[in-house]
Design a protein around this ligand. Structure first.
Ligand code: 1HE
Length: 257
């Protein structure tokens, strides 16, 4: 592969953005390679982690390539990002992101498409599209705005503000902040934990939750009942419920103990 690395840690796939000389800027060919890897790991892994090689996670859209596009080519390019990132967001397995250095523009859009984000203390987050004379095109107006809220995203875009990992955590852009260099290990640990869940539960979590957020409360509750019943009556659920009742598996941990 030209733009990505793929490794496995047991059932967890590690997908590395690997264009460090260009700060992992995402070109059209890069998006296509990512699409192929998403297909591959959906078949071979139970969870995946995306991370960046070099000093930054991702500098976003490849601006050198973008500058040469006609308006309609730009629309197709943006729609392709949506399509490919949606295959992570609502795909077969949960995705985790290990973030460090720049997580900017399309890099933040990519990070917003996964399910759990871990940042180390070197990470910084920005949406410099306003300064570049463009607009977000990789899903941020939906996904990043939902994570941090409209007011914060509007502020980021209008002022070009860059925020650190702790601020990103308090804004719900990331779920974990760890020491410098520790994001990948933490993300792999979390992904390995998720990989032990029933596959059908993980599938329901990543596919049903975002869709239910788009429904009315009444419709969401109705759909929830069907998914709950469908998962609970699977043979795997029966096995797992019995394992708990017969004390073969551990209890929920008490963080205060
Ligand atoms: C790039 C890109 C890029 C770096 N496209 N080539 N994204 C941005 O506006 C962010 C632009 N990048 C930066 O602000 C900085 O590069 C970083 C803060 C991310 C990193 O700084 P630094 O000092 O580590 O690296 P550098 O020296 O700025 O960049 C190294 C090389 O990468 C340099 O090329 P070189 O040939 O001079 O070595 C840079 O030109 C190149 N490079 N970022 C192309 N983004 C679907 S819509 C999404 C819309 C967006 O993503 S807009 C935001 C774009």
């Amino acid at each position: 592969m030209d733009y990505l690395t793929l490794d496995y840690r047991d059932e967890v796939a590690l997908v590395g953005l690997n264009r460090p000389k260009k700060r992992n800027a995402i070109s059209d060919a890069f998006v296509e390679e990512l699409n192929d890897v998403i297909t591959e790991v959906g078949k071979t892994a139970k969870a995946a982690v995306i991370h960046g090689h070099g000093p930054h996670f991702c500098a976003g859209l490849d601006l050198a390539e973008h500058v040469k596009k006609t308006p309609f080519e730009g629309v197709h390019g943006s729609r392709r990002w949506h399509e490919v990132f949606s295959r992570m967001e609502k795909g077969r397995i949960p995705w985790f992101a290990a973030l460090h250095g720049a997580v900017v523009g399309g890099g933040l859009e990519l990070a917003s498409s996964v399910h759990v984000r871990v940042a180390d203390r070197t990470a910084f987050f920005a949406l410099p599209e306003g300064q570049r004379g463009i607009f977000v095109g990789g899903g941020a107006s939906v996904r990043s705005a939902r994570l941090m809220g409209l007011a914060r995203m509007t502020d980021m875009m209008l002022t070009g503000r860059s925020v650190d990992a702790d601020t990103a955590e308090s804004w719900n852009l990331v779920q974990y902040v760890v020491d410098e260099g520790a994001a990948l290990e933490k993300a792999v640990e979390l992904a390995a934990q998720a990989a032990t869940n029933a596959e059908i539960s993980n599938y329901a979590i990543i596919n049903a939750l975002p869709r239910i957020q788009d429904m009315s409360a009444d419709d969401g509750l109705f759909v929830e009942s069907f998914i709950a019943s469908f998962t609970a009556t699977s043979p795997e659920a029966e096995e797992r419920l019995n394992a708990f009742l017969s004390k073969k598996v551990g209890k929920v941990t008490n963080p205060n103990a």
